[in-house]
Structure formats: structure tokens, C-alpha cells
Ligand binder design. Structure first.
Ligand code: HEM
Length: 242
């Protein structure tokens, strides 16, 4: 940090909102993957991931300086130089994503899209058992990439004495005033939140009694209700899959 450093805005609001919605959707979808009762939640969160990734691709072209792919997606040469600078104990500092972090980020976006695509195909019966296995395997690979991402975030925070997770919340870092972005674009972030909320609401509105009944049924209180709920739930998932 130099004396001229001050608090500057680096991550606009859409990037931050995208990030934390993606984290919540991925974690929720991963945790609900094995349960029949929570199938609709799993599918809803998976499709949310798909929508978020599509949004991020657009924002990567139109967004603010550090959100744009052109500012952080680098070739293997830049990644190698960054890694060598780390090994040499003099890590190059980037205000936006560093070249190595960017590799994990691009992988998470591409791999996330592949998981959504295979999930869609499985849910709509477009493939056999193999596709299901592929979907599950791809999700576990994603978990591994997320693990690398988290390790990278912790390591880079330590190396640069910078709290990167906090910056992903507040959007700000220490830096030269001229390096900051001018606007947070809360209007775009709000549209993103509203779109996701509306989608979740519609999914919830059409599903709750069935899921509630299915839950009652799994507790074994009434077998008739269990049967009805299960039949209704299966019919519902078949209907939404059309
Ligand atoms: C609590 C867990 C997590 C924390 C603390 C965290 C933290 C961060 C931080 C600090 C950055 C910015 C890195 C930089 O400064 O270059 C970032 C970026 C990113 N993270 Fe995470 N992350 C978490 C979980 C996840 C998960 C689970 C995913 C994917 C499912 C994910 C996907 C991404 C993506 C795609 C970016 C790029 C953001 C953008 O430019 O749009 N993160 N994360």
C-alpha cells in the first residue's frame, strides 16, 4: 500500500450479487441432489445457476472494467508468469482477478453450464443412466474446482495482505483512485435479484403442498397421504419436465 492509496470500488454490484447467488444455488443444489423429496428444489437451484451463468456471460461483455472478461482472462504465458512470481515470493498484484484465479473462474462458469445442461437432459429423460452418472461426476469435479478456488482465495488473501472475500461483499479494495470504477450499477443487480426471486416464487407457488405432503408421508404418519403425495409429486415433476 502506498500513501496515495484509498478505498476504491472494484467489484460492481451485479458481480457481487451474481457471486453470492451462485454460491447459494450451488451449495443448495449439491446438498439436495440425493433426495427425491427435494428434487424440485434441486432442479430450481440448478436452473438458477444456469440463468446466473448466462447473465455473467453477458455482464462479462458489457459490465464494468474488472467484470469484463477482457480484463482478466489471460493466456497460459500470463498464468505461468503469475505463478512464477508467487514462487519467487514477489507475487504480482492485480486489482481485479489475478490470471491464476481467472482460470478457476472460467472453469467454474464453463463447468457450471455443463452441469446445468446434463441436469436438464437427465430431468427431461433425454438420456440414459450414463447421463445421470455424467451429471453426478461433473458435479463432483465442480466441487473440486470450487475447493481449488477457495484455496486460491485464501492463499492470495494471505500473500497480498488483502481480505478478498470481504472485497467480494463490499466491492471495495485499497488502491489508486484512478483505478476504481465509477458506478456500482445497483439497478442491474436489483433486476437480477428480482428475476431470481420471481423464478423461485413461481416454483414455490406451484409446489409447496405437494412437497409438504410428501414430507408428512416420509415421516410415516399416514400411508394414504404418503401415497397421494408421492403420486401427486411424481405427476408434478413429470408435468414440469414436459
Ligand atoms: C464461501 C465460499 C466462497 C468464497 C469466500 C468465495 C470468494 C470469492 C472471491 C474473494 C472472489 C474474487 C477472487 C478475486 O479477488 O480474484 C470470488 C470469485 C468468484 N467465485 Fe467465489 N467464493 C466462494 C464460493 C464460490 C463457489 C461455491 C463458486 C461456484 C459455484 C464460486 C464462484 C466464483 C466465481 C465464478 C467468481 C468470479 C466472480 C466474477 O467475476 O463474476 N465461488 N469468490
Amino acid at each position: 500500500m502506498t500513501p496515495s492509496d484509498s478505498k476504491i470500488l472494484v467489484w460492481d454490484a451485479p458481480v457481487r450479487v451474481f457471486h453470492w447467488l451462485l454460491v447459494s444455488s450451488f451449495v443448495g443444489a449439491y446438498l439436495s441432489a440425493e433426495s427425491e423429496t427435494w428434487r424440485l428444489l434441486h432442479v430450481t437451484l440448478g436452473y438458477t445457476m444456469g440463468g446466473l451463468i448466462a447473465f455473467r456471460v453477458v455482464w462479462g461483455l458489457l459490465g464494468t472494467r474488472y467484470a469484463r472478461f477482457g480484463s482478466f482472462v489471460r493466456g497460459p504465458g500470463a498464468v505461468g508468469r503469475y505463478l512464477r512470481s508467487m514462487v519467487a515470493g514477489k507475487p504480482a498484484h492485480y486489482i481485479g482477478h489475478n490470471p491464476a484465479g481467472a482460470v478457476a473462474i472460467v472453469m467454474m462458469l464453463v463447468w457450471g453450464a455443463a452441469i446445468v445442461a446434463t441436469g436438464y437432459a437427465v430431468y427431461n429423460d433425454l438420456g440414459g443412466e450414463l447421463l445421470g452418472e455424467l451429471h453426478e461426476g461433473a458435479s463432483n469435479v465442480m466441487l473440486a474446482i470450487v475447493g481449488v478456488h477457495l484455496a486460491g482465495v485464501v492463499f492470495a488473501s494471505y500473500l497480498h495482505h488483502e481480505n478478498l472475500p470481504r472485497a467480494m461483499v463490499t466491492g471495495t479494495k485499497q488502491g489508486q483512485v484512478t483505478d476504481g470504477i465509477a458506478r456500482a450499477w445497483w439497478s442491474v443487480a436489483l433486476v437480477l435479484v428480482l428475476a431470481v426471486s420471481a423464478y423461485w416464487y413461481l416454483q414455490w407457488r406451484d409446489a409447496p403442498q405437494v412437497v409438504a405432503q410428501a414430507q408428512t408421508s416420509s415421516s410415516g404418519q399416514t400411508t394414504d397421504a404418503a401415497h397421494t403425495a408421492y403420486t401427486a409429486y411424481t405427476a408434478y415433476t413429470a408435468y414440469t419436465a414436459q
